[in-house]
Design a protein around this ligand. Structure first.
Ligand SMILES: [Zn+2]
Length: 305
């Protein structure tokens, strides 16, 4: 089965535990991931809202270099479409680096270019709280992006980094839409019309991402889903389909960033959910778009040649 997932926090978890990406006690590791071929995974470097200023920047650099130092012959971080295609043909694990939390920039938008040089492809603008760029969906501050945030987002577009609006508040979302021209993504967000949670997307937000050619990754986070079951996850998926999002939906299961029921067996959850969808009568083509094709097409358009 082909798999492309837009968000996991395994790098942070492994780094914290002093383990490796190759084999570890987390939900995701490179050995177990071999059951999916090809397997593309966005590895995000999570920045807690409490780590700020220069120490946030330093922590981000350390975790990026840790991730890039995982020298498994199976893992590569392609920087252009030909490297991406080669990695897919090589049966390897295709990694993309993300930074979850613009606090990493410590207020300096020129650091976006530095992160691009280090191979970062996605920046999640905020986590749940506020940072120099804007306010997360759980912040008391309901204003949108700061001037520095708008500048950083424009800089992302210029440097070939995809802005990610998961965790961002609604005003910030519309600011991102206003200052960008290219597609952007919500790497791990489900539907507010199914479950009213501040981290979820309103229908209008989903439709904007759909019209832009962006992506929205379904997440497994219990609070966002409303009920942590495949039945409930299906309702979110189905809402996105009702909104004409068959080419917008993707997966961002947030493994190692959210607690899962034991029976989902960590990385085994993808296979189980695919079987569930099949039983519910979802076509193989639609399952493949959700699990791989949409995200693959997005990155083929977005990466330089
Ligand atoms: Zn997250």
């Amino acid at each position: 089965m082909r798999l492309f997932d837009l968000h996991c926090d395994t790098v942070y978890e492994c780094y914290r535990k002093g383990e490796t990406l190759i084999q570890n006690s987390c939900a995701v590791d490179l050995e177990r991931g071999q059951c999916y071929r090809p397997w593309c995974q966005v590895f995000a470097v999570w920045m807690p809202d409490t780590v700020r200023g220069e120490s946030a920047w330093q922590q981000c650099l350390q975790m990026l270099s840790y991730a890039k130092g995982q020298t498994s012959p199976k893992l590569c971080f392609p920087q252009n479409t030909s490297q991406f295609e080669a990695a897919l043909n090589n049966d390897g694990v295709v990694g993309f680096l993300g930074v979850e939390g613009g606090a990493a920039l410590a207020g300096k938008s020129e650091r976006v270019a530095e992160l691009a040089k280090l191979g970062v492809k996605i920046i999640t603008i905020t986590w749940n709280g506020s940072n120099e760029l804007g306010n997360g969906c759980l912040s008391d501050d309901i204003r949108g992006l700061t001037e520095s945030g708008k500048q950083a987002v424009r800089e992302m577009e210029r440097c070939g980094i995809v802005p990610d609006v998961s965790h961002l508040n609604e005003a910030g979302f519309w600011d991102v839409a206003a200052v960008t021209k290219l597609p952007f993504i919500a790497s791990h967000s489900v539907s507010m019309s199914v479950t009213p949670h501040p981290r979820n997307l309103r229908d209008e937000q989903f439709c904007l991402l759909r019209d832009r050619g962006g992506l929205v990754g379904l997440t497994l986070c219990a609070a966002q889903l409303g009920e942590q079951s495949f039945e409930c996850l299906y309702r979110h998926f189905d809402r996105y389909l009702e909104l004409g999002g068959e080419q917008t939906v993707a997966l961002g299961f947030d493994l190692d960033g959210t607690d899962l029921p034991a029976e989902w067996q960590g990385i085994g959850v993808y296979e189980q959910f695919a079987e569930y969808l099949q039983k519910r009568g979802v076509t193989a083509a639609c399952i493949d778009r959700l699990f791989f094709e949409n995200a693959y097409r997005f990155f083929m358009r977005f990466l330089p040649q």
